[in-house]
Ligand binder design. Structure first.
Ligand SMILES: Nc1nc2c(ncn2[C@@H]2O[C@H](COP(=O)(O)OP(=O)(O)OP(=O)(O)O)[C@@H](O)[C@H]2O)c(=O)[nH]1
Ligand SMILES: [Mg+2]
Length: 328
């Protein structure tokens, strides 16, 4: 067992399992600067994901009922084409929902705390175009919500009410994005009107909180350097050509400006951004791509976009985000 470790985390549907699955064939063929040493304890986790990919589909999301009997995944890796010291890559828990829940309740289980404190680096996932990304309230969503009030005869008064900006802001504070990942509240009220949705934290708020935990808890590197955090934007292939040609920071500024701002003030963290496409295209909705993918070897497909001086550079070594977080 090595004493150094790097932890891989992210919200639900952010691409963690598929990435770990995609890493496996590269590890086996020793393709990439990061090399695995030996087999992981729970090889079934990786095998399941690889099997899906080899058949031309993404692996499904992980089991969400894992409060009991957690199934951590970990494997020993070495950077620099296998020349650097051993580091343990840890993927705690399988479902990202548990991270969101921990952030929402501001309570990290003791063993997660220990895993974060033991790690000297992290890889944080966010996925482009995930249906589970929760966007903060904007004028379009706010307008729709206000329209609901207008259509509600029980709130007739409200329909004639001139909403002030302050009121709309207060509303957006308590009722974020009822569009996606929506949870409805409790029982319908006596007049049959459903209760307002339970507020859900916008994805970028969850990610900022996770960065705050990393900033607080990660250990300094053995060489005394700051802990490294690779922020990975998964499913980069789904972006429109304009964003795809831009850098990961340009994407975050557009889609998750709060997170982009947080990354610009990294505190004691050394943060670097990456885009990631595990097989180079969309196996779900692009049959032509899927056909060409199945004809080739998986290790030759997929790439990362490395943020360098404000530009994105494409590289076919998909191990790079972890390799950078591990360091020399
Ligand atoms: N197009 C494209 N889609 C991807 C890529 N990586 C992941 N996805 C999509 O993202 C979905 C979620 O990926 P998972 O690996 O299950 O995400 P996860 O973070 O493990 O999710 P939880 O298990 O819920 O925590 C997949 O089912 C794919 O639809 C990619 O490189 N390209
Ligand atoms: Mg998963």
């Amino acid at each position: 067992m090595s004493s150094r470790s790097v932890i891989l985390i992210g919200g639900p549907d952010s691409g963690k399992t598929n990435y770990v699955g995609r890493l496996w064939p590269s590890f086996r063929k020793r393709k990439g600067v990061l090399r695995a040493e030996g087999l992981p304890d729970n090889i079934e986790y990786v095998d399941g994901a690889v099997e899906h990919l080899m058949q031309g589909s993404f692996a499904p999301r992980s089991d969400r009922n894992l409060e009991e009997g957690r199934r951590d995944f970990s494997i020993q890796v070495r950077n620099s084409n296998g020349q650097s010291p051993l580091t343990e890559l840890v993927v705690p828990d399988i479902s990202g929902e548990l991270w969101t829940r921990a952030v929402r309740s501001s309570e990290l289980p003791e063993d997660w705390l220990q895993a974060l404190k033991a790690a000297e680096g992290a890889v944080l996932f966010v996925r482009a175009h995930s249906k589970l990304n929760v966007q903060p309230m904007d004028w379009v969503t706010a307008r729709r919500l206000l329209k609901l009030y207008e259509e509600d005869p029980a709130r007739d008064q409200a329909s004639h009410h001139e909403w002030s900006e302050t009121e709309v802001v207060a509303l957006s504070d308590t009722a974020s994005a009822p569009v996606q990942g929506e949870e409805t509240g409790g029982e319908p009220e006596a007049n049959g009107i459903p209760p307002p949705p339970t507020p859900e934290l916008p994805t970028q708020v969850v990610l900022c909180e996770l960065l705050r935990y990393l900033n607080l808890l990660l250990a300094d590197r053995v060489d005394g350097g700051r802990p490294r955090v690779a922020v990975v934007v998964a499913a980069w292939d789904l972006l429109d050509p304009e964003l795809r040609a831009a850098s990961p920071m340009a994407y975050l500024k557009r889609q998750f400006p709060l997170l982009a701002g947080r990354i610009s003030c990294p505190g004691r963290l050394d943060v670097r951004l990456f885009g990631l496409s595990i097989v180079g295209g969309d196996l779900e909705n692009d049959p032509a791509f899927k056909e060409s993918f199945l004809k080739g070897d998986i290790v030759d497909q997929g790439w990362v976009v490395v943020e360098e001086n404000g530009l994105g550079r494409q590289d076919d070594d998909i191990t790079l985000p972890i390799a950078w977080a591990v360091g020399e």
